[in-house]
Structure formats: structure tokens, C-alpha cells
Design a protein around this ligand. Structure first.
Ligand SMILES: Cc1ncc(C[n+]2csc(CCOP(=O)(O)OP(=O)(O)O)c2C)c(N)n1
Ligand SMILES: [Mg+2]
Length: 332
């Protein structure tokens, strides 16, 4: 695994803080009705993305996730101003403002969405990996799903095929404790979701996902295995979301005390504490990072605000149309 150094920690701190503040800004502008529709925020789960990006090969590896999907594309290299503009429904957005919150996508950066159907991305992730294997491309797909999605039938159908065909995919459950207002314990007798992998003879295990180092270690092992042609891995990344399921959630299913317990092991605070303990940065340097983050969030907001809405005509240009269907020429 690429070594975790002082530079890694400084990068983690600045990036994770940016993702947190970017989404805090989204919550704020959502209340002002500048961002509409649904909005599912990632606050609390940032260590997962930080750890994953450390071990992925961003020149070829792929990622797919559900609707809690604003910061992952940013981590993979998409311009954050364009992500903010997409959420505003502006034409400078990643999908010309036609996708919105749940549908961030960037083929160029190998970020394949952005899916609103719970568990819909599980077979799609395996499909991306199948294509890479079929065309002998040395790439691994990280497929993220929630604890609620883990109960979908599509997971089992996909697991059957993925292990049989040794697909280069890592299935990562982000167990944040709840599927909307339903806790993991209410969903199933089995609360150790990673054990679902045992029934498929798939390497599997739990991971402390409030800590980016632990995530990086577990994912590195899984990615190396997939790259060697040894097939998929199933990881249960134990995390927590601080905000409601979406912006319209009264959160009556949990206590404030429970949220506060998790905030004590907040991933960003953990990273900051290591930076301070090891003297990787002075207080002044930390303040400078905080300022850069604040300025970049403001820049994203200004870009989105100043951009125009798409022309009405755009609606007709983005409808899928394939003139030669069903006689498809074989394309390689
Ligand atoms: C097939 C399907 N069923 C139900 C829903 C409604 N729904 C949206 S999100 C969600 C909860 C999913 O929870 P989880 O997989 O744990 O992901 P999290 O929101 O915690 O990230 C549900 C039931 C949906 N979008 N799709
Ligand atoms: Mg969940």
C-alpha cells in the first residue's frame, strides 16, 4: 500500500473538511430553496472516501454509489464548482443541470453515479467490473451501498455471479446504522452485515470506518486481490451519518445523545488530532487550511449562483436515442 505519511494526513484533513463544509453549504442553500428535490448528505462518513481514494488508482479504477453522492466525484477529480452547479440545476453542472442531487456522474472521471433506486447500483457495479474483465482492462470497481441496500435481492443475485466469474469488484457496505428511519437491528436478525459474504465464499469482514487509515488498509487488500484476478471482496464499513436521511427527516428514531457519541470519534477530528500530536502542522497552518476550504466553498457557491439555468431545448437533447436499434453493430 502507498505509505500513509504526513502529506497523506494533511491531504486527508483538507479534503475531508472541504467535503463536510461543501455539504453544510448545500444544507444551507437547500433551506433557501436554491437546491430542490431530495438532498442526502454524507456528513460523518468522510473517512470512507478518504481511505478509498488513497488506495485506488484514479487513472483507471471506477466508483459507483447510491444517492449520497456529492463528494465522491469531487474526490475523483470532478470540479467541485460543477457539482455545486448541478445541485442548483444550472447548465454549468456535471449533467447540464438535468440530473440534480441524486445523479452526479462523470464518465471522464470514472464516477458512474448517483443512483436513486436502493441497491440498483449493486448489479451495475458488477457489470462495470465484468466489462473490465471481458475487455482485459486492468481496473477495479468500488461499489458502495447502504446497510438498507444490503437487504435487497439484487445483492444476492450479483454476489452469485461476481464470485463465480471472479469479477474485479469490491462491494462496500457503508453501514451508517439506518436505512431512512429503520435501524439495522430492526431490519434483520443478522446485524453483522459482512457475514453475508460467508454464504458466497467471498472474502469479507468489518472495518472501523470512522478512521481513514483502517479503511485504506482494508480496501487496499481487497483491491490488490481483485487486480490479481482473485475476485470480489465484501466489506462492512462501520460508520455514522450525523444528519437526517435527507433534508426532510425529523429524526425521531434516534436520540441526540447517540449522535453526540459518534461525534466524539468524528473522522475529521481524529485526523486533526493525529496532525497535532505528530506536529505535522502548526495551529497557524491548520488555520490556513481551514481558510482555503472556506474560500473554495464560497467559490463553488458563487459559480453556481452566477451560472444560468439550461435552455428549455436542452430537455430534448438529453433523451436517449439510438437510431440503429435493434441492429447493433458490434463495437469494441
Ligand atoms: C427500491 C427502493 N426502495 C425504497 C426506496 C426508498 N428509499 C430511499 S433511501 C432508502 C434507505 C436506504 O438506506 P441505506 O441503504 O442504508 O442507505 P443510506 O441512506 O443510509 O445511505 C429507502 C428505503 C428506494 N429509493 N428504492
Ligand atoms: Mg444506511
Amino acid at each position: 500500500m502507498k505509505k500513509i505519511t504526513k502529506a497523506t494526513y494533511l491531504k486527508w484533513y483538507e479534503e475531508m473538511l472541504f467535503w463536510r463544509k461543501f455539504e453544510d453549504k448545500l444544507a444551507q442553500v437547500y433551506i433557501q430553496q436554491k437546491v430542490r428535490g431530495f438532498l442526502h448528505l454524507y456528513n460523518g462518513q468522510e473517512a470512507i472516501l478518504a481511505g478509498a481514494l488513497h488506495v485506488m488508482d484514479l487513472s483507471k479504477d471506477k466508483m459507483i454509489t447510491a444517492y449520497r453522492n456529492h463528494v465522491q466525484p469531487i474526490g475523483m477529480g470532478v470540479d467541485p464548482r460543477k457539482v455545486m452547479a448541478e445541485l442548483y440545476g444550472k447548465k454549468t453542472g456535471t449533467s447540464m443541470g438535468m440530473g440534480g442531487s441524486m445523479h452526479i456522474f462523470s464518465k471522464e472521471h470514472r464516477f458512474y453515479g448517483g443512483h436513486g433506486i436502493v441497491g440498483g447500483q449493486i448489479p451495475l457495479g458488477a457489470g462495470l467490473a465484468f466489462a473490465d474483465k471481458y475487455f482485459k482492462r486492468d481496473a477495479v470497481t468500488l461499489t458502495f451501498l447502504g446497510d438498507g441496500a444490503a437487504r435487497q435481492g439484487s445483492l444476492h443475485e450479483t454476489f452469485t455471479m461476481a464470485v463465480k466469474w471472479n469479477l474485479p469488484v469490491v462491494f462496500c457496505v457503508e453501514n451508517n446504522g439506518y436505512a431512512m428511519g429503520t435501524s439495522v437491528a430492526r431490519t434483520s436478525k443478522n446485524t453483522e452485515i459482512w457475514k453475508l459474504g460467508l454464504g458466497y465464499d467471498m472474502p469479507c469482514g468489518p472495518v472501523d470506518a470512522m478512521n481513514p487509515e483502517k479503511v485504506a488498509e482494508a480496501l487496499d487488500e481487497a483491491i490488490v486481490r481483485a487486480r490479481k484476478g482473485e475476485g470480489p471482496t465484501f466489506l462492512e464499513l462501520k460508520t455514522y451519518r450525523y444528519r437526517g436521511h435527507s433534508m426532510s427527516d425529523a429524526q425521531q428514531y434516534r436520540t441526540k445523545e447517540e449522535v453526540a457519541e459518534y461525534q466524539k470519534i468524528d473522522p475529521i477530528t481524529q485526523v486533526k488530532d493525529i496532525i497535532k500530536k505528530n506536529k505535522y502542522a502548526t495551529d497557524k497552518e491548520i488555520k490556513e487550511m481551514d481558510k482555503r476550504v472556506k474560500d473554495l466553498v464560497a467559490e463553488c457557491e458563487k459559480f453556481a449562483e452566477d451560472s444560468d439555468f439550461p435552455e428549455v431545448q436542452t430537455m430534448y437533447d438529453v433523451v436517449y436515442e439510438q437510431k440503429d436499434y435493434p441492429f447493433l453493430p458490434h463495437k469494441l
